[in-house]
Design a protein around this ligand. Structure first.
Ligand code: MTE
Length: 328
């Protein structure tokens, strides 16, 4: 049985949030709630797998035939690709709990139908099924490094499309300054979402300049196959110059806005997890150093690089913003 524990950092939402941002979040909540809903199976509540859950877990991915996609060699990496087994069994996905081994639980998430809402400051709101969205987008493979704020790191071949392509499709209004992403809500299978002290849904955001930077990538696949659910299927962000928590998984809504969002982790612990969260070895987390990172699989410790080694692509985005907390 789950008991509700209050945490020291827990704040009533209204106390932490200006009203307009709060209202913005409500809109996103509505969009996120429109995402897929699993019909409750009594067996699921007892902790065993119902036939329906087994069918969901084993459902073939309708996009499987699209992979592998051609690799874009512009995005080379300087280290070995992490073993698939490691990258797909050591995950952060708080919707399914705070442990790293959530991959089996995540399989119960139904990911079809899956509607993506693109709204806010756009010419016209779009609601599009994931398969139609993927069919419209230019798919390619990129090798990217991922650096988690917890100081572990991996290097993986993502398949997907530049976020810029989605922004172009969205036709944002000229006043839009940020793209906010919201992850799915489905308390029936995402047991972490039953823990009400977390401010669900998972919200993340990028500035328009970041979202249209060539590195911002929306991943639909990994290792030449559709994304497994634990890695964020059917749609997740890969923003490799930022700490991993910026790369929201299981995205159901993109909202263009002129207000900087308060993100999931910021709402929980703003001193530790800021909006920008760019990787910087010289700026420690309040509770640990960020100078080195542990390579997933080998356990080797290697020096962390500024912007996770992607400074040539993104450093100029932050010129003139030095007064901001760019690295926490
Ligand atoms: N997205 C959602 N919706 N929920 C999460 O808990 N965790 C983040 C990010 N995206 C998270 C999320 C964190 S902390 C990291 S490090 C990466 O996902 C991990 O991605 P991976 O499990 O595919 O390595």
């Amino acid at each position: 049985m789950l008991t509700r524990m209050r945490r020291g950092w827990e704040l009533p939402e209204a106390a932490a949030t200006p009203e307009s941002v709060f209202r913005d979040r409500r809109r996103l909540l509505k969009a996120a709630a429109a995402g897929p809903v699993l019909l409750a199976a009594p067996a699921a509540l007892l902790g065993c797998d119902s036939e329906e859950e087994i069918a969901i877990a084993n459902a073939p991915d309708p996009t499987a035939h699209l992979y592998p996609v051609p690799r874009n060699e512009r995005y080379a990496i300087d280290r070995a690709i992490t073993a698939e087994e490691e990258a797909t069994t050591y995950n952060n996905y708080y919707e399914f709990g705070s442990a790293k081994n959530i991959h089996k639980r995540a399989r119960k998430l139904p990911i079809r139908p899956w509607t993506v809402t693109i709204g806010g400051m756009v010419e016209k709101e779009i609601q599009i099924g994931i398969d139609e969205l993927i069919a419209k987008m230019p798919l390619e493979e990129r090798l990217y490094r991922l650096r988690c704020v917890e100081a572990w790191a991996m290097a993986v071949p993502w398949s997907g499309f530049p976020m810029r392509a989605l922004v172009d499709m969205a036709r944002p209004l000229s006043g839009a300054k940020y793209v906010v992403m919201a992850s799915f809500q489905n308390m029936k299978v995402a047991i972490g979402q039953r823990e009400a002290w977390y401010p669900w849904p998972y919200i993340e955001g990028l500035t328009m300049a970041e979202a249209t930077n060539e590195l911002a990538f929306l991943a639909t696949g990994i290792y030449g196959k559709p994304l497994p659910k634990q890695n964020g299927a059917p749609l997740r962000l890969a923003a490799p110059w930022k700490y991993g928590f910026k790369s929201a998984k299981g995205i159901v809504a993109f909202e263009f806005t002129d207000m900087r969002p308060i993100t999931f982790w910021q709402r929980l612990q703003a001193q530790e997890y800021g909006f920008w969260a760019n990787v910087n070895p010289a700026v420690p987390h309040p509770r640990w150093s960020q100078a080195t990172e542990r390579v997933l699989g080998t356990g080797e410790r290697v020096p962390t690089q500024i912007f996770n080694g992607y400074g040539a692509f993104v450093a100029e985005l932050y010129r003139g913003l030095e007064s901001e907390r760019l690295f926490v």
